[in-house]
Design a protein around this ligand. Structure first.
Ligand code: GLN
Length: 480
């Protein structure tokens, strides 16, 4: 049976001894088995999970439990897990069993969390609907005919369906926030560099950032506390500690509404949900002001040039030689590369490799890649200047609610899904999506963006909102 308690609630049940981690893990595994039709998981590791749960129960009995000890969680199938297949949603890695753990996995293991499995995702994290996965689409728990968002769609669906208490996802241009919004859960993309990228399969290295998906902001804060921290194995890992001084009472908070984001919001009902949230913040004593981010409309093209360029170089390692898919009976080296890569990658990944290679080629580099880098700088500077006046920005997470599976077939239209999320990614800023409304039986998300390393401000604002509202506690009505 699905379990919709928050991670914090379950941790206190474990502390009180009303349930053991082994019992909890058994329940979670059977709920996952019952919800197979959602296709949220690529791999489930029953035996391994129960073994971890037994160790966690022992640890708790000795009085050594940490905040997540004994709690069943899942990882997006982009995090390397030693001895457990890590596919990245691709045929290319369908049989890849990593010889090492990602730092994120190591940290949760050390804290005693229980890994129940690896969640479905868009191939190599490229997509906004989970439809590019080699392992098939994930269904939105609120309506199985609709997408859960992407690329961390399996992670968000698993949390929304009450199958796990949390899942770790990754976000390059919106892949934690957009699926969180589409499935009615909370998701945090931390500041670039907060959470180690070591052992996370690379998509666009200057943008990739891991982060938690859970059912409350308090849970996100706990998970962030476990996952974040300096890692010498990631060259862009930040050495900065979480700064509690940046926690602010809600009535001292200055919230900016970027007018370009709201002007671009076509769906009036989504706009109305956002407006209710804004009014709540005002009534709680926050100062809400209009701000302007004029470069918002160039964020999408900039993101798709930068991300695809980086993807084209990162994915050149899949050559059929060292690891990954290899074609049958290659005639020569050229044939081996050609057929292994043609067979191993899906359409969207190929599209990114082609466009990325194009923008990096001689003659086009200055016109596309270099220009995009310059615009990226302008976007970043614009955000930084705005944070001199406000503590957080409040925006919609997505232009609309979850769309039907198969409804968006044009790639450019799909890229437009990221219109509100790629800005914070290009600027390296922390950003969170939390539920703030309901349209046609489907959840609406709002995004809170903070200054660099200002996650505490997001936790303050998001937690205050969730204490006063119940959007985040609404469950999927229909059985998948
Ligand atoms: N939808 C965006 C893309 O396809 C973002 C993906 C992500 O954040 N990993 O690139």
């Amino acid at each position: 049976m699905s379990d919709f308690r928050t991670l914090v609630e379950v941790a206190s049940a474990l502390d009180a001894g009303t349930i053991s981690s082994v019992e909890l893990t058994r329940d979670v595994l059977s709920a996952i088995a019952d919800a197979k039709s959602l296709n949220a998981f690529i791999t489930v590791v029953d035996e391994r999970a129960l073994a971890q749960a037994r160790v966690a129960d022992d640890r708790r009995a000795k009085g050594l439990a940490a905040a997540v000890t004994g709690i069943p969680i899942a990882y997006k199938d982009i995090f390397c897990t030693r001895g457990v297949r890590t596919t990245c949603g691709s045929r290319m890695l369908a049989n890849f069993v990593p010889p090492y753990d990602a730092t994120v996995v190591e940290r949760f293991d050390a804290a005693g969390a229980v890994m129940v499995g690896k969640t479905n995702m868009d191939e190599f994290a490229m997509g906004s609907s989970n439809e590019t996965s080699y392992f098939g689409p994930v269904h939105n728990p609120h309506d199985p005919n609709r997408v859960p968002g992407g690329s961390s769609g399996g992670s968000a669906a698993a949390v929304a369906a009450g199958l796990v208490f949390a899942a770790m996802g990754t976000d390059t241009g919106g892949s934690i926030r957009q699926p969180a919004a589409f499935t009615g859960v909370s998701g945090l993309k931390p500041t670039y560099g907060r959470i180690s990228r070591y052992g996370m399969v690379a998509f666009a290295s200057s943008l990739d950032q891991g982060g938690p998906i859970a059912r409350s902001v308090r849970d996100l804060e706990v998970l962030f506390g476990v996952a974040a921290g300096f890692d010498p194995r990631d060259s862009t890992s930040a050495e900065l500690a979480v700064d509690p001084a940046r926690h602010k009472p809600i009535d001292a908070l200055r919230i900016g509404l970027p007018k370009e984001y709201f002007a671009a919001l076509g769906d009036r009902r989504v706009a109305a949900s956002l407006d209710t949230a804004r009014r709540w913040f005002e009534e709680a004593g926050a100062t809400v002001i209009d701000v302007s981010l004029p470069n918002t409309d160039v964020a999408i093209p900039t993101y798709y040039v930068v991300a695809s360029a980086e993807a084209s170089t990162n994915l050149s390692r899949y050559d059929g030689v060292r690891y990954g898919h290899r074609c049958e009976a290659p005639q020569d080296l050229e044939d081996l590369y050609l057929r292994s890569r043609s067979q191993g990658f899906g359409r969207e990944v190929k599209r990114r490799i082609l466009t990325g290679t194009y923008t990096l080629s001689i003659g086009y580099f200055d016109a596309y890649y270099l220009k995009a880098q310059r615009v990226r700088r302008l976007i970043r500077d614009e955000f930084v200047r705005t944070f001199a006046d406000v503590d957080v920005l409040l925006t919609p997470t997505t232009p609309g609610v979850a769309f039907p599976i198969g409804a968006v077939s044009d790639p450019i239209e799909m890229y437009q899904q990221d219109v509100f999320t790629v800005g914070a990614s290009l600027a390296g800023l922390p950003a969170m999506s939390i539920p703030c409304g309901w349209v046609d039986g489907l959840p609406v998300g709002m995004q809170l963006i903070g200054p660099h390393f200002g996650e505490s401000l997001l936790f303050t604002a998001g937690d205050a909102f969730q204490r006063a509202t119940d959007w985040h506690t609404r469950r999927p009505g229909r059985k998948p």
